[in-house]
Design a protein around this ligand. Sequence first.
Ligand code: NAP
Length: 310
Amino acid sequence: MKEIIDLAIIGGGIAGVSASVYAKRAGLDFCLFEPKVIGGQLLLMETVDNYTGISLGTKASNLAAQLEKTLSDLQIEVVPEEISKFEISGKQVKLVFSEKLLIANAAIIATGASFRKLGLPGEQEFTGRGVSYCAICDGFFFKNKTVAVVGGGNSAVEEALYLSNICSKVYLIHRRKELRAIEYLQKELFSKSNVEVVFDTVIEGLKGTDYLVGVGIKNAITGKSGALSLNGLFIAVGVNPNTRVFKDILSLDESGFVVTDEEMKTNHNFVWSAGDCRKRPLRQLVTASSEGAIAAVSAYKYLKGGYISA
Ligand code: NAP
């Protein structure tokens, strides 16, 4: 690998892949960094319905494989490394990975987001022992068992729907009276005979020794405590951005999402951000993909044509 490149694209989810496609077609000298598998959160989804131009029910894993094929067809180099240090030096970016240093004249941050934790005592110890953050990955282990999903957003409802086809009983535990999930998902959820939605309820504690056997719950209105016997608990309470490495360098909002302008530009005019790590009004594949494209075109303008401000 060269020591200096035009552009480093960090993250191989749909935003980073889309940025890479546009960077390649613009003839930029760039690397795409992805330490895991190409596809990001697509790898944790079952189907993709609301992405322009694809059939309803398209398997998310097929779309992820297609992203990988696109990279390979375009001969885009994927560096399988995690960036451990990100620094600004003059008008360049210094990237450290596996004790190697790479200098880039510009960077696109597309590192996505990871599952938020509930922060309960024992949550980490029970992870993989009854506690999970991904129904598609782990649902199979709970065939004909009783599980609960925590959360009230699209992810929680999708997880509950997925599990309802595997498990004998699924509780959806939400801290408020209304779900924030989109209406058609709610409609499907309420049509499932083996799903019980428990509103106004928070989880107080995890029960079990080696393995989770249940949870302590509390009604958020009455304060009354209770318990549920469970084989599994799926936590789907949102996501945290993967921006720790950038925290002293880029402007982040109070939750750690990268703040950008409409051209995806951060507080440094040679660094852009796209996808779930970015502060954005709509967290969808389609927006992540378009943000990646905008970021790459902005980088091209900066690198080849001078920066054009909005
Ligand atoms: P989300 O929309 O942020 O919802 C998180 C849910 O967890 C909320 O209901 C929230 O409760 C609850 N919650 C947060 N912290 C909690 C805590 N400590 N204890 C108990 N409950 C807690 O997150 P998401 O569902 O993961 O979705 C993330 C983004 O991806 C969203 O923009 C979503 O639309 C998108 N997404 C879309 C699809 C789709 O279109 N099919 C599928 C998945 C995700 P409150 O409601 O009380 O805040």
